[in-house]
Structures are given as C-alpha cells and as structure tokens.
Design a protein around this ligand. Sequence first.
Ligand code: ZN
Ligand code: ZN
Length: 249
Amino acid sequence: MLSPVSSPGLRRLWTGFLDLLLPPRCLSCGATVATSGTLCATCWRGITFLAEPCCACCGYPFAFDVGAGGLCGACVSAPPEFDRARAAMRYDEASRPLVLALKHGDRLHLAPSLAQWMRRAGGAFMGEADLLVPVPLHWTRLFARRYNQAAVLALAIAKAGGPPVSADCLIRRRRTPPQGRKNAAARRRNVAGAFALRRPAEIAGKHIVLIDDVLTTGATVAECARVLKRAGAARVEVLALARTVRGEA
Ligand SMILES: [Zn+2]
Ligand SMILES: [Zn+2]
C-alpha cells in the first residue's frame, strides 16, 4: 500500500489508522483479523504447512524422521532433473482458495505473505541462490490472464530480500494443454520440448531457484530444470507455494 510517511513510528500510526478504516481481512476467507497479511484462526488450523521430516530431494512429507538425506521411493527409482524441491503448504481443500485467488482472482495483495511462507520453506537452499526463475506461461495465456502468478511470487520473494528475478530468460515456446488429470508419463510428454532459454549465458554456473505456484507430479519443473542444466546451471532447486501429496488432489 502507498504510504505517505517514512519514519517507522509514523508508519505504524498510519497503518493503525488504515486498519481502523479498513479492518484487516483473513487472506483466505475474508473474516476480520487483528493484523493484515494473516489468516484467521480457522483457516490457519486448516492449512498444512510442510516442514521436516521430508524427502531430501523432492520434499515429500514423511510421517517419521528417516535421518538426513533420506529419499522417497519415487526419487530413489527415478531421480528428478532438479536438485531439490520444497513447497510451503499442502495443496488441499484448505489451501486451494489461496492458490486460486492468486491465479485467477487478481488478488495480488496476497503475494507478500505467500512469499514469506515460501522463503521459509526454501530455507535449506535460498541462502545460496543466485537467481529466481519463475515457470513461464505461454504468451497467449499470459495475454489472457494478464500476469504470471509464478512471476508475481518470485518478485515478492526478491522484494523481501531474496535473490534477483529473471522473469524472461526461460520461455514457454509451445502452448501446452493443461496438465489436468493426465498421469505422470502423459504430463512428461505434454511438456517435453516446451521450454527454451533466451540468454543461456545468464544461467551458466548459477544456482537457480525455479518458482511455481503448485507442484503436482513435478513434470513441468523437471522439464524446466533439464533446459537450465543443459545451459550449465550449477544447481536447480524448485520452490512452490503448494504441492499435492500423492494420493490426494
Ligand atoms: Zn479465514
Ligand atoms: Zn522424493
């Protein structure tokens, strides 16, 4: 929000004044809350924030701690193209309104709070990251939607002290049908060859963090990671707002 005051004390007073005029609302359901940028108690309880213990590679949550470096069955049988992936919360009934609000609802004011959660989730690798690269939309979809929700999240993370964003080096050169209910193999085929790099030199030797809103099978980020690694990226990690946990929608 545009603030006419610069000193912290005055800014607090100004924020307090605005809160009186426009009481802060829960980011998800819109109920009145005490401070802006938060969830109400009910929504907060519903969200499953993801944390350790989890698969050291893809971040799949484990019920028990299996020790440092423990991998899930999927990562053992087919190691992904990216180095690590983490997501802030489980994609489910409770988190879906937040994800969809950012994607379709033009509620971009959510981005700073969601970016905070994502930074925390990516704590293991964010400190070493050189560049944030949002998963791109095809230009026709970007035109229809007016913004790329992954780029909005990446910019919010950068603004909160994260590494810089390169929003246009990775491009989607082919419009792919929505991944929808396709299985893992069909999703991989669907995105094969869909991405290209504009300036490969920008990527060489860099520690890249790919930013996306929702991870499902990881086929899209794996394809992006393959393109980035081919251009010489030293590491490619993935940071998402939410992820599905296998067996659930
Ligand atoms: Zn709520
Ligand atoms: Zn895994």
